[in-house]
Structures are given as C-alpha cells and as structure tokens.
Design a protein around this ligand. Structure first.
Ligand code: NAD
Length: 248
C-alpha cells in the first residue's frame, strides 16, 4: 500500500500502459484520476473501480492547456491534494525526415512533448501545496535510440528524456521528483499505429535480448516504483524497461 492516502493522475489512461498503471497504483491505495480523450475513459475507470480500488475519470486532451488545468483542478477539488502525475498519453508516428509534413510533426510533438510539458507545468502548484510529489513521464527506447522512419516520434521521446532532467532540476527544491520510463516494444501496439508499422520493423521480439515483447504491467510496476517513496533519492532519471533492447 505504497500509495495509501495519495492522489494520482494518469494520462493516456485508457491505453494499455495507462490502464495497467492505474490498476497498480489503485491496488496499492492511490485515489486515481484517469484521463484520456473520449468517452471510453468513463468505462475504463468504472471497470478498474472494483475490489476497493478508487478510480474516477476526466476527459482531457493533454495538448490543450485549459484541459490540463481542468484536470489538475478536478483532482484537487475532489481529494484536496496531488501526489503523483503519470504523464503517459502518447501517439505513434511514422515518417522519414524528408517526407514528414510539418503538420504531422506538430501533431506528434503536440501530444508527446507539449502534453508532458503541460502536465508537469500545471502539477507543480498542487504538488507543492501537498508537500511534494512525483512525476513520471512515459518516454520510450525511441528517446534513447532511433529506428529509420520515425523522426517525429523519436524526437518527441528524446525531448521527454531531457525534459525529465530539466524539470527535475526546476522542481527539486520543492520536493517534487521527476523521472521517466523508457519502455521497449510492448505486446500491444499503440492506438493509431499506421498499418504494417510493426511488420516493417522485422522481428521485434528478437530485437530484445530477453527474446520477447514487454507487458504493460511490467512498465506499470516500474512507474509505480519511481512514483513511490522507494525511489525517494531518484530524480532526473530515465529508466529503461526494455528487455535489454538498448544494451546491445
Ligand atoms: N506500446 C509500445 O510499444 C510503447 C513502447 C514505448 C513507449 N510507449 C509509450 O507508452 C505510452 C502509452 O502507450 P500505450 O502503449 O499504452 O499505447 P496506447 O495507444 O494504448 O495508449 C496511449 C493513450 O494515450 C491517449 N492519448 C493520445 N493522445 C492524447 C491526448 N492528446 N490527450 C490525452 N490522451 C491521449 C490515447 O487515447 C491512448 O489511450 C505512450 O506515451 C507511448 O508512446 C509505448
């Protein structure tokens, strides 16, 4: 029960990793506000709210500042505090540097980078008022290495890795730790992945020295660790959860 009496926001909450993270944190006592686009988030929050878990929902587009402000307000209005922000919403993208339209670049950075920035920006006051907190950003192995044909996605995730350091420095004196996870390829592809993308990349499982793809709960457990007091002296760190992908 590492999150007893703690309040957490999880963005991208109806996705595979977001849902697993909500399950993990709520199972350890957190009151969770699940955020995502669209009405699905109500259904997912209701599904997770079983066996004593407390999960409520808020429709929010993380790329829109007014939505992020409303999201943080929804948590503090309801529970009076904010301890954990899991900035996990993300969109995939394919395209080489020379054939990526500017609008596509801006769409991907608008969620994967600006969304993470806005969540960190607006979590600050609520966390400071709560006596500190922990932010965990979902980056990717594509924030550390790249594959051909993913310039927008890889750039957005690389920026999240360094934003994690920059924000960690900005917030340290307020007792707010800021870390990231860098998952390898998951068993579940992301929503909106262009058809054929994973096939184009070859045998994905074999690219991971552990010989398989990752499971969302394996990422959720790493997020929970970084969000918990078990990681009380860790800030500015990006933790690979990648079956050894980046080690080779
Ligand atoms: N699946 C993988 O192989 C993989 C690998 C490395 C990193 N990641 C990262 O993990 C995170 C979670 O991805 P996932 O695998 O659970 O994929 P997913 O597609 O299942 O979940 C992503 C969620 O983000 C939501 N979202 C997209 N745009 C949003 C916006 N503007 N505002 C709010 N929510 C928005 C989507 O609706 C979706 O529910 C992402 O940041 C992704 O880049 C995924």
């Amino acid at each position: 029960m590492r999150f007893k009496n703690k309040v957490a926001i999880i963005t991208g909450g109806t996705g595979e990793i977001g849902r697993a993270t909500a399950w993990q944190l709520a199972s350890e006592g957190a009151k969770v506000l699940l955020a995502d686009l669209g009405a699905d988030v109500a259904r997912v929050a209701a599904e997770l709210s079983k066996d004593g878990r407390e999960v409520v929902f808020c429709e929010a587009n993380v790329g829109k500042e007014s939505d992020v402000i409303a999201l943080v307000k929804a948590a503090t209005d309801r529970w009076g505090r904010l301890d954990v922000m899991v900035s996990n919403a993300g969109v995939p993208g394919r395209g080489r540097t020379n054939d990526t339209p500017l609008a596509e670049w801006e769409r991907i950075l608008g969620v994967n980078l600006t969304g993470v920035f806005l969540c960190a920006k607006h979590a600050h006051a609520a966390m400071k008022a709560s006596g500190g907190g922990a932010i965990v950003n979902t980056a990717s192995i594509m924030g550390v290495v790249a594959v051909q044909g993913a310039v927008s996605y890889a750039s957005s995730k690389g920026a999240v890795v360094n934003m994690t350091r920059a924000t960690a420095l900005d917030y340290a004196k307020d007792g707010i730790r800021v870390n990231a996870v860098c998952p390898g390829f998951m068993e579940s592809g992301m929503k909106g992945l262009p058809p054929g993308t994973r096939a184009d990349l070859g045998d994905l499982a074999a690219r991971h020295p552990l010989g398989r793809l990752g499971k969302p709960l394996e990422v959720a457990k790493a997020i929970a660790f970084l969000a918990s007091d078990d990681a009380s002296f860790i800030t500015g760190h990006s933790l690979l959860v990648d079956g050894g992908y980046v080690a080779q």
